[in-house]
Design a binder for this molecule. Structure first.
Ligand code: FEO
Length: 403
């Protein structure tokens, strides 16, 4: 990959990560992820965001800086919009190579530089409204706390309207040699849209109220390019990713898409067989649904569909007097990621004795779900239960339609 010139003063540098390592130690990245940095050249030189030593990303960064005619030792300022180690993991090594660099972050960010990397000199704390003059180009800082950690800020280059937005407006998905939105066909954009939803649901969703506040603040800037720290750089249609993030933030409370996310687990097939009747009921009402088996499918993918869907089905057996354990994890993740205000239905079988109900109801209490009456049965579902399940599937689909 090569450094790409965005305009006479700004270069895009990025490393594509293709790894079985989990992002944040939790989330699979089968489509990869890009770590984006930006070089801004005036009389002085700034690097916006760094990288982690992951899949040789620092080597890629050095090579691309050379493409742009800059050596690491010649960078005057390192701007850290956010301290999460995917953007800063290589900081201690970088500082050894370039000990005179001035590191710029918010006050909380500066504290994190000290605690993560034990670097105590050459630090400058900035706040909203502060400006850095590079000579011929300026950079303005805007704090956007809790998008998604407290110290986060965005950096704006007003002359060409480039917003270095950090994780905000980011996505999973590697870039290869095409970094701009206008270099991709519609089918590629469909994948990036999916991967931006999954990124949002996995990484950002808990902070949706702050995302909305940040967008309110940032859209007052004359933005012409959105340059996030992961994923596509939006130079042709920057409003697309801003609108998309606003839509995602609004999924938390609603409205969501008129779809149903079905999450199921089954020990010996009794819950799975009965689920077919419920799905038939949803199909009767022509409401689209996604379906995920746990624990076979990773919760990262379950979250993405659940986060956008107005309806949720939880189908699981009782296990040792409680919920099927992988479903307990999924519901815990729904609570953490604020999958709120849904139309919901729980179904499931029990063998020796029931018990999932009590634990389930406690788990969903914080989620503000509107629940249809649950259906439980002993062993294999009989015809009466199957009829009831189909009708309850219709009922849920009608509630989603009406919502
Ligand atoms: Fe991409 Fe929150 O780091």
């Amino acid at each position: 990959m090569k450094a790409v010139k965005l305009n006479p003063k700004v270069w895009v540098l990025h490393a594509d990560i293709e790894s079985k390592d989990l992002f944040e130690g939790i989330w699979p990245i089968p489509e990869g992820v890009s770590l984006n940095s930006y070089l801004v050249k005036g009389q002085k030189t700034a690097l916006v965001d760094l990288m982690r030593d992951w899949c040789s990303a620092p080597e890629e960064l050095k090579k691309q800086l050379a493409d742009a005619g800059v050596d690491l030792t010649k960078i005057d300022y390192l701007i850290l919009n956010h301290l999460e180690p995917d953007h800063t993991g290589w900081l201690a090594e970088f500082k050894k190579i370039n000990p005179t660099v001035e590191i710029i972050a918010t006050a909380k960010g500066v504290e994190l530089v000290k605690s993560f990397y034990k670097i105590n000199d050459g630090l400058r704390a900035v706040k909203s409204g502060d400006v850095l003059d590079l000579g011929g180009v300026t950079l303005c800082f805007e704090e956007v706390p809790n998008v998604h950690w407290p110290e986060t800020m965005a950096t704006f280059e007003p002359e060409s309207g480039v917003l270095f937005s950090c994780d905000a407006f980011g996505s999973y998905g590697k870039l290869g040699n095409r970094v701009f939105d206008d270099e991709y066909y519609a089918e590629d954009h469909a994948l990036f849209e999916e991967e931006s939803l999954r990124y949002y649901a996995n990484i950002v969703a808990s902070f949706s109220l702050f995302v909305k506040k940040a967008i309110e603040k940032l859209v007052k800037l004359p933005i012409k390019v959105v340059a996030p720290s992961h994923g596509l750089i939006w130079r042709e249609k920057p409003q697309t990713i801003i609108d998309r993030y606003l839509k995602f933030a609004n999924y938390m409370e609603g409205p969501q898409e008129k779809e149903i996310c079905v999450v199921w687990g089954s020990m010996y097939g009794n819950t799975r067989l009965a689920l077919e009747a419920l799905l038939q009921g949803i199909e009767d009402e022509l409401i689209p649904y996604s379906i995920h088996r746990v624990p076979d499918e990773d919760v990262a993918f379950v979250l993405a569909d659940a986060y956008k869907s107005a309806g949720i089905v939880i189908a699981m057996p009782t296990y040792e007097y409680k919920m099927f354990p992988p479903m307990a994890y999924v519901l815990n993740m729904f609570e953490r990621k604020h999958v709120w205000n849904r139309q919901a239905l729980r179904i499931g079988s029990w063998g020796w004795v029931g018990g999932a109900k009590k634990e389930y109801e406690a788990a969903i209490a914080p989620l503000k779900w509107t629940s249809l009456e649950s259906i439980e049965w002993a062993g294999a579902a009989n015809d009466a239960v199957l009829t009831q399940l189909r009708e309850q599937g219709r009922e849920l689909a009608r509630a989603v339609k009406a919502g």
